[in-house]
Design a protein around this ligand. Sequence first.
Ligand SMILES: Nc1ncnc2c1ncn2[C@@H]1O[C@H](COP(=O)(O)OP(=O)(O)OP(=O)(O)O)[C@@H](O)[C@H]1O
Ligand SMILES: [Mg+2]
Length: 366
Amino acid sequence: MSTLDLKSVSKSFGDAKVLHDIELSIKDKEFVVFVGPSGCGKSTLLRIIAGLEEATKGTLHIDGEDVSDAHPVDRGISMVFQSYALYPHLSVFENIAFPLRVAKMPEAELKERVARAADILQLTDKLKLKPGQLSGGQRQRVAIGRSIVREPKIFLFDEPLSNLDAALRGDMRVELSQLHRNLQATMIYVTHDQVEAMTMADRIVVLNAGRVEQFGTPMELYHHPATKFVASFIGQPNMNFLPAKVTGTGTTGLAVQIDGGPALTLPVETSSAAVGDSVEVGIRPEDMAQGSGGLKLNVSVVERLGGTSITYGTTDAGTRICAALDGVANVREGETTELVLDPKDCHVFDASGTVMRRLQAPELAN
Ligand SMILES: Nc1ncnc2c1ncn2[C@@H]1O[C@H](COP(=O)(O)OP(=O)(O)OP(=O)(O)O)[C@@H](O)[C@H]1O
Ligand SMILES: [Mg+2]
């Protein structure tokens, strides 16, 4: 059992408030990813969990026990950093064994733990080598091995793959997911790469300027983003946002006129909206298809990737659009095409960037 609960955790550096009342409950064996732009507070939050940084306010419980004031080594947490500090003069074996040597663990148990970690990380035949004789990915695995031998309750990773090249990052992503399955441990992983977040996480925490924007499964965040920030951060290529004006409200949904585009009725709850309000209609590139009576697109660039044609252009109102069309789609740079928007694929954001709640099926029937 290794649960983690943060209650109202805030952090200030001098006058600068960098974390605002963070509330999180992380379940046993969960793989949780903190994602957000540079400077949003991901590392600070992780360091507070590890005990390397003190929260200005709030509490932290591990397995229900208050560890807010506990020393880092007493929290049963282990952290892997972006820049893995391996000792170049020590062998892989001794690098992995290092924390156990510090703890003066008996030799037999130490050997057993290092062997088990090396086996999990496929480093068994590298134990006698020095870090300088390893690839970047292998070195990162040694750093992870050093965490594993401590048998922590919770693993923390701060952008451990960002120094690796793209192909290796892809491989390590899969390895880390496997590691999580093998160890059955609670893991918190920080990245600003939304693809890493989507592929590895059981649940994702989206941080924006020191606040939790949304905490949910990758599919919840993709299909039901709570804010425009989450909608624009999750999904590749990014969601499109079309400025629109409200022309009607009622039980069947919100009637809007898209700037330079069609009029639509969108199945969202309208009690907070009024005729004349400005809203934005969000639609993902992969939810757009060619068809008549839709949104006119002045095509500027077509990227043919084989299976899809990533098509960029602007609407008649000058809004930039990206549509992921069929690989053989009949689109040409410098020409126009029409895109149909299915109301059920549209997300509507009010002026504050908050999503307007979708109508449920029974409400729609009335
Ligand atoms: N020791 C410190 N003293 C003062 N300000 C700090 C300190 N550490 C972090 N900050 C500030 O806190 C904010 C959050 O920093 P943090 O390192 O947590 O961001 P991050 O989300 O990890 O960013 P990145 O993706 O670039 O690693 C930043 O504005 C940063 O300048
Ligand atoms: Mg950071």
